[in-house]
Design a protein around this ligand. Structure first.
Ligand code: NAD
Length: 499
């Protein structure tokens, strides 16, 4: 009998009938559980629970809300091993990466422990005669998060942490491919003292997502996933009058200047291009060496480093990365490898046909390297999201700035150099949202904000940090005057005119 993965509504598991989806063990290529695929009916149940609980939660003072975050942080730390194992078993990433997934989410929770400070408004005394003006940030009511498969702990926490700390109720719709960790996190929030109904998890696919997009009581939606779906979420959600931030796919470039420390670059690329099997929106799947000489030297060092990467099951502590998430995704990545070869890319290391003894049905792909990839290739323009590194040779610095700037995606980019001026020029001019200087995966720390540009991000408010607080609240400005009844004559209270 396969395990069922239920919704989590009003503080408890909720089993709906109807359709279910397969949840695989990517290491073995076998179905390990069934997730319920909910409908507008289950969503309504979650919305009812959220509506019942939210006013009291919003009225709970921010310090008490922060205490729940503190307790949750401690619980997640205590359950780190369990969460990482659960995450790896459905996603396929190695345990160390799963712990990183949990940890990067937890850092946003730590930021939320300071919510009383973040929510403080502004105040002006004496804006007019006897008039003071102040602002306050109020919660929206109910928020929702629709999340991708690749960070099943981090991204839900990026969303529900700030939303809940700000006084909202929240509904998470996780990826149906690895839905268990968000449920476990919601259980731990309940254990931490969060009132029932403030954090609900509903499972499903497009049907559930559409129900969320159309539900009148859901005031804001945060989405992370692929770009076409992000654009759809943004259009339909905003057309329904909701606040929406929708983060999409990526094709991040790593620029390698001739003066870069190539050993460091190779080490960084091994992790950033192939770690987590390349299934990271901040991965570096494109490397741009500046000048043929740099490219040749880099290639010489890269090949042995790539060949030394160990691909293994997600519980293999020595493996650099594990299987990809599904058979369909494996086939999609392999079709891009074929496409890039057909387009004229030089296939230097071919990861297709990789099998792991004892796990022949697992969704494994070996690391793959292409050289002489051209900007006109479809395989360069599109996101592959697998362990595939494409080398695009730039003739000079100007071309290296142009490539990521003109690409449709604009999530992250990195430059490797020892030249401060080149780095400064690059960071100023490049048309991309998050930039690393000798940092391959420049995901901003929790007290800054995350957000890509162009087709990597629809909407204009970033995820977490102060932008996250802005996203999950609305600003109210109060202009107040307290007339003193004893004041008479020329000081008597009069209604101000606009003149
Ligand atoms: P996806 O777009 O397939 O799914 C994301 C979510 O959308 C899931 O919850 C899914 O159920 C839902 N969904 C799927 N199809 C839908 C449809 N037709 N209508 C409505 N909802 C639908 O993405 P994924 O494969 O789970 O995740 C990988 C993608 O996410 C990659 O493109 C990656 O770059 C991107 N990503 C982006 C960021 C970022 O911050 N920019 C972070 C992580 C992942």
């Amino acid at each position: 009998m396969l395990r069922d993965i239920d919704h989590f509504i009003a503080g408890e598991a909720y089993a709906s009938g109807g359709r279910t989806g397969d949840v695989f063990d990517p290491n073995r290529g076998e179905v390990q559980a069934k997730v319920r695929l909910g409908t507008a009916e289950e969503l309504q149940r979650a919305v009812d629970a959220a509506n019942a609980a939210q006013p009291a939660w919003a009225a709970t003072n921010p310090q008490k809300r922060a205490r729940v975050m503190f307790r949750f942080k401690e619980l997640v730390e205590t359950h780190m091993d369990e969460l990482a194992e659960l995450l790896s078993s459905e996603h396929g990433k190695v345990i160390a990466d799963s712990k990183g997934d949990v940890q990067r989410g937890l850092e946003v929770i730590e930021y939320c422990c300071g919510i009383p400070q973040s929510l403080k408004g502004e105040y002006t005394q004496g804006a007019g005669p006897g008039i003071d003006v102040y602002s306050m940030r109020q919660p929206l009511g109910i928020g929702a998060g629709i999340t991708p498969f690749n960070f099943p702990a981090m991204i839900p926490m990026w969303m529900f942490g700030p939303a809940i700390a700000c006084g909202n109720a929240f509904i998470v719709k996780p990826s149906e491919r690895d839905p268990s960790v968000p449920v476990r996190l919601a259980q731990l929030m309940t254990e931490a003292g969060l009132p029932d109904g403030i954090l609900n998890v509903v499972h499903g696919d497009k049907e559930m997502v559409d129900a969320i997009l159309d539900h009148e009581d859901i005031k804001a939606i945060s989405f992370v996933g692929s770009s076409d779906i992000a654009q759809y979420i943004y259009s339909r959600g905003t057309a329904n009058g909701k606040r929406v931030q929708a983060f999409g796919g990526a094709k991040n470039h790593g620029i390698v200047m001739p003066d870069a420390d190539l050993d460091q670059v190779v080490n960084d690329l091994a992790g950033a291009a192939f770690g987590s099997a390349g299934e990271r929106c901040m991965a570096l799947p494109v490397v741009v060496p500046v000048g043929d000489e740099t490219a040749d030297r880099l290639r010489e060092k890269l090949i042995p480093a790539i060949e030394a990467l160990r691909v293994g099951v997600s519980t293999d502590a020595d493996a650099h990365y594990g299987p990809v998430v599904s058979q369909a995704h494996k086939e999609r990545i392999e079709s891009y490898i074929q496409m890039c070869a057909d387009e004229g890319g030089e296939l230097v290391v071919d990861g297709r046909g990789f099998t792991l003894q004892g796990h022949e049905k697992g969704f494994f792909i070996g690391p793959t390297l292409f050289d002489h990839v051209k900007p006109s290739f479809k395989s360069y323009k599109e996101e592959i999201f697998g362990p595939v590194l494409q080398m695009v040779r730039a003739k000079d610095f100007e071309e290296a700035v142009r490539l990521p700037s003109e690409h449709d995606y604009g999530n992250g980019v990195a430059i490797f150099t020892r030249n401060g001026h080149a780095a400064r020029e690059f960071t100023n001019r490049v048309n991309v949202g998050m930039v690393g200087v000798n940092v391959p995966i420049p995901v901003p720390v929790s007290y800054h904000s995350f957000g890509g540009w162009k087709r990597s991000g629809f909407g204009d408010i970033g995820q977490y940090g102060q932008e996250g607080i802005r996203f999950w609240t609305k600003n109210k400005v109060v202009t107040q005057r307290w007339p003193d009844g004893s004041v008479t004559g020329e000081n008597a209270f009069v209604i101000p005119t606009m003149g």
